[in-house]
Design a protein around this ligand. Structure first.
Ligand code: FMN
Length: 190
């Protein structure tokens, strides 16, 4: 199997990271891979916001609020633990990149195609990281969709959609996932 096949087929979503720092050249490579994704009409509809310590800190009040609301809704027995877990999710990953895709409010087909291109870019980013031994988790939790997040990141929500936060770092564990077989997903037609 070629290395690229191996990278594609072994990639798994990584939920826990070691605290080993991710080198800037690995981030640069991943962003270059992202920028080489296909996009119809050369719209280059993706942008990547690499989130440092200050911006993550700025999101903590919102994360706390959302975690409290979720705990209440779920009748959780331990609000404090729930909030700490939610805060850790934004503080602990060595790298977090908010990925945006261009909106086209008057052209739903363009917006759909641009979203498709942005997803290709996001996956290129993730696969480039994986090639360097770095795992990623694409997340679309409430924090990624909240208007206050757009404001904190200075992203104009009328023009751009945050399609997720990609959290990356060296894997503490690589989960096993069952996938459908090739036979299950394909149909050969005469
Ligand atoms: C559009 C999209 C949104 C996702 N959002 C989340 C998320 O919010 N939280 C999370 O833990 N994983 C999220 N994931 C990761 C999936 O749970 C993961 O891809 C799935 O379990 C399959 O595992 P694999 O990536 O290892 O193949 C998301 C994946 C995609 C494609």
């Amino acid at each position: 199997m070629s290395k690229v096949q191996d990278i594609i087929n072994t990639r798994r979503t990584i939920y826990r990271f070691t605290q080993q720092e991710v080198r800037q050249d690995s981030i640069d490579q991943a962003l270059l891979a992202a920028s080489n994704a296909p996009c119809h009409k050369h719209t280059h509809p993706w942008r990547f916001f690499v989130m440092g310590g200050n911006i993550r800190q700025a999101l903590i009040p919102l994360i706390t609020k959302l975690a409290n609301e979720k705990s209440r809704k779920n009748n959780s027995l331990d609000f404090t633990k729930d909030v700490q877990r939610a805060v850790n999710k934004i503080i602990l990953p060595p790298v977090i990149i908010a990925v945006t895709s261009k909106k086209s409010p008057t052209d739903s087909f363009r917006e759909k195609e641009d979203y498709a291109g942005s997803v290709c870019a996001l996956q290129n980013l993730v696969l480039s990281f994986w090639d360097n031994g770095i795992g990623s988790q694409w997340t679309t939790g409430a924090i990624t969709r909240h208007e206050e997040t757009y404001a904190a990141l200075k992203i104009d929500s009328s023009k751009w959609e945050i399609i997720g936060f990609v959290k990356s770092g060296y894997p503490a564990a690589v989960p096993q996932v069952n996938k459908l077989s090739v036979d299950d997903i394909s149909v050969y037609m005469d």
